[in-house]
Design a protein around this ligand. Structure first.
Ligand SMILES: *Cc1c(COP(=O)(O)O)cnc(C)c1O
Length: 342
């Protein structure tokens, strides 16, 4: 393989390993639109078991999986309550509104990435012809690397039941949350009506997400998936990558968390940026540089050392499968060299 950059922009940049590619090449496949792909069927069954849900459905992306969830929970003229910067609101091209005529009601995340349930309650609309019908609450876990406490998620479940809302989890990185809490996946997912989980983030698959929920919910999601073009044929080659990730990449997530923490600790000692290492829980953290000019100089300096970060004064750092201990050491050295050059 080519000499790769050390790329901290996202955990989506991982490339499938040789062993994962072999698992993909060897997968038994069939036409999944006919329900005939044994590898997809096995993955769906496995994910239903892991999440403690009735059923599961394989999707090409988390965006489509979240969309199918919105469309299945809500009808035209319904509303979902969601975080202001949530992926399911801000980063999915307004799909729920465009394709489902579902009105989003965004509210600000609290500093710990929860949604304050008292504020959610204020936004629930009474049954009145002036208003959309509030149907669904969406949470995100992890969100910006933060893990939602189990107790909060239990409260959110209780709250949703009391108010007649469904509860969806955008759990793109929910395996990272389970790792941080040192718990099984279903101790988180038990609180939700549906959960969407990505395999193409820290789990290192090239493609794929799974939506889990009740049998009836997954039947509806299945129709929506077909409608938006997500019915795939011999996609067992992709499900095989997800299956491989479950076997080999879940138990190692702690390594990514440890490396994020180690890097954040080192950055927190530098003068030209601000980084709070005590807040790092999983594989994502942020640091802030005071001036845009310094931030750009830093980005270019790191690039010259083969290290890739995003632009802007608030920089997101993400560790993943393709960031080794050596890459962390090299990166810490590069940041220190940059400081010396100032
Ligand atoms: C990546 C991500 C998704 C899904 O994104 P796709 O790129 O469509 O797979 C959903 N939610 C969160 C929080 C994500 O990070």
């Amino acid at each position: 393989m080519k000499n790769l950059l050390t790329d901290f922009r996202s955990d989506t940049v991982t490339r499938p390993s040789k062993a994962m590619r072999e698992a993909m090449a060897n997968a038994d496949v069939g036409d999944d639109v006919f329900g005939d792909d044994p590898t997809v069927n096995r993955l769906q069954k496995r994910m239903a078991e892991l999440t403690g849900m009735d059923d599961a459905l394989f999707f090409p992306s988390g965006t489509q999986s979240n969309l199918a969830s919105l469309l299945s929970h809500c009808q035209r003229g319904d509303e979902y309550i969601v975080g202001q910067d949530a992926h399911t609101y801000k980063y999915e091209a307004g799909g729920g509104a465009v394709l489902g005529s579902i009105q989003p009601q965004p509210i600000e995340f609290e500093p710990d990435s929860t949604l304050d349930l008292a504020k959610v309650a204020e936004k629930i609309k009474p049954d009145d012809p002036h208003f959309a019908k509030t149907r669904l609450l969406c949470l995100e876990n992890t969100r910006s690397g933060d893990v939602l406490p189990l107790q909060y998620q239990q409260q959110a479940q209780q709250f949703s039941k009391e108010h007649g809302l469904k509860l969806h989890l955008d759990g793109a990185r929910v395996f990272n949350a389970a790792c941080y809490l040192n718990t099984e996946l279903d101790s988180i997912t038990q609180y939700y009506d549906s959960v969407s989980i990505c395999f193409s983030k820290g789990l290192g698959s090239p493609v794929g997400s799974v939506l889990c929920g009740s049998r009836e919910f997954i039947q509806q999601a299945h129709r929506w998936r077909k409608m938006v073009g997500g019915g795939m044929r011999q996609c067992g080659v992709l499900a095989a990558a997800a299956d491989y990730a479950l076997n080999h990449h879940v138990h190692r997530l702690q390594e990514d968390h440890d490396r994020a923490h180690q890097l954040a600790e080192a950055l927190s000692t530098l003068d030209f940026l601000h980084c709070d290492a005590s807040k790092v829980q999983t594989n994502i953290f942020f640091f802030r540089v005071n001036s845009a000019e310094t931030a750009e100089l830093l980005r270019r300096f790191l690039l010259s050392q083969g290290i890739l970060i995003g632009d802007g004064t608030t920089v997101r750092i993400v560790t993943h499968l393709d960031i080794s201990d050596e890459a962390i050491s090299k990166t810490i050295q590069a940041f220190q060299d940059f400081q010396s050059s100032l």
